[in-house]
Design a protein around this ligand. Structure first.
Ligand code: ADP
Ligand code: MG
Length: 404
């Protein structure tokens, strides 16, 4: 990571380390308990490293949308219990994130101790990046570690504001996100293949526009393929088409031609009358068109073969957006086959971005067979769009200066 200090560059021994983690975990609607601890597990390497190197770990995160008010439903206390179980060490909890009680708890910490603060979004000042609040949050620490990539596209007090008062270094999760996604936008190895899918063209305009400048091939599947196919005059039946994006699709195809980027569209699609498991389905050729009353819900087998042939020699692959309605097994084959193809590539860097795409690769059990599955939904998209991220810009540089 060029120029940015890393966690390994700083001396943690005896230091009070404010670690901004992403503990925004899903909660069970009935019991209120943590229903998926993936994000807690993901933060453990950083927490362990700080503790094992003699730091006093003070964890801070947001949870849910408490709208700037104290709401017991979104208390971090349950998270402290999960973390304690997962890390196998005591985790102290303070029911606030600034103030006397927090200061007292921190002053009692020994090297290696772990403390979790209450939900930082109980204060409206967090999302407003209020300087006074940031100052109070920072006053209890000597160093700031930012391991919350999921909020890197937001300039809030606990990730960006605190960096005004403390040296801010990335945690291990954050560092990998910056390295992998940064490589995909700045210095990809070629051939560079981008696979785009998912629900809407409109969600991905920024990503397409930015990656059109860098990729050698762009493969398009998912519902968004139908807006492109309609722009080419194909019959799309009842498939999802964004009528107001047809012109844009034409513009993208024109640009691709101009930049000599190969834009590859499906040649067949799995269609059904309903988006439901077990409903009648068949494969139709795009050239013959999707009959009215039917909608395309996955890429077909010839498209899977076509896409595979465009991937075999890839050195960098970025994939955002499922190829079909993968949540239903009948329409998951395209997404699964592409996931398997990525898993089988030798010597390629393979990066998956987007919340649903990450869910898909996890569902197929292939997450550890690709180079990187980004944990940030919105943040990874903004990174692929090439946008400047406040939570990255605020990290300290090796020259000892803030980049801002
Ligand atoms: P990500 O979260 O990875 O960025 P998106 O949110 O853009 O992905 O898209 C994911 C959604 O797109 C999934 O819920 C999937 O069911 C839906 N989808 C994919 N292909 C189709 C299709 N052909 N028709 C309707 N929905 C689709
Ligand atoms: Mg999504």
């Amino acid at each position: 990571m060029s120029g940015v200090l890393t966690l390994r560059d700083v001396d943690l021994s005896g230091k009070r380390v404010l670690v901004r983690v992403d503990f925004n975990v899903p909660l069970d609607k009935e019991t209120g308990e943590v229903s998926d601890d993936t994000r807690i597990v993901a933060a453990i390497p950083t927490i362990k490293y700080v503790a094992e190197n003699g730091g006093k770990t003070i964890l801070v995160s947001h949870l849910g949308r408490p709208k700037g008010k104290r709401d017991p439903k979104y208390s971090m206390e349950k998270v402290s219990k999960s973390l304690e179980r997962l890390i196998g060490k005591p985790v102290a909890f303070v029911p606030d994130c600034i103030g006397d009680e927090v200061e007292k708890a921190v002053s009692k910490m020994n090297n290696g101790d772990i403390l979790l603060l209450e939900n930082v979004r109980f204060y409206p000042e967090e999302e407003k990046n209020d300087p006074e609040f940031s100052k109070r949050l920072s006053a209890i620490a000597d160093i700031h570690v930012n391991d919350a990539f999921g909020t890197a596209h937001r300039g809030h007090a606990s990730n960006v504001g605190a960096a005004q008062y403390l040296t801010s270094v990335p945690g291990f999760l954050m560092q990998k996100e910056i390295e992998m996604l940064g490589m995909a936008v700045e210095s990809p190895k070629h051939p560079y293949v981008v696979i785009l899918g998912g629900a809407k063209v409109s969600d991905k305009i920024g990503v397409i526009t930015n990656l059109l400048e860098k990729a050698d091939r762009i493969l398009i599947g998912g519902a968004m393929m139908f807006t492109f196919l309609k722009a080419l005059g194909k019959q799309t039946g009842d498939s999802l088409v964004e009528e107001d994006k047809i012109e844009l699709a034409k513009e993208i195809m024109r640009k691709a031609e101009e930049k000599k980027v190969e834009l590859v569209l499906p040649v067949d699609t799995v269609v059904s009358k309903e988006i439901a498991a077990g409903s009648e389905s068949k494969t139709v050729l795009i050239d013959e068109g999707v009959p009215s009353g039917w909608k395309g819900l996955d890429i077909g087998t010839s498209t899977i073969e076509l896409f595979r042939s465009k991937l075999v020699d890839a050195k960098t692959v970025v994939w955002n957006g499922p190829m079909g309605v993968f949540e239903i097994d009948d329409f998951a084959k395209g997404t699964e086959s592409i996931a398997k193809t990525l898993a089988s590539l030798k010597g390629a860097v393979t990066i998956i971005g987007g919340g649903d795409s990450a869910a898909a690769i996890n569902k197929f059990g292939l997450a550890d067979r690709v180079s990187h599955v980004s944990t940030g939904g919105g943040a990874s998209l903004e990174m692929l769009e090439g946008k400047e991220m406040p939570g990255i810009r605020s990290l300290a540089t090796k020259e000892g200066k803030k980049k801002t």
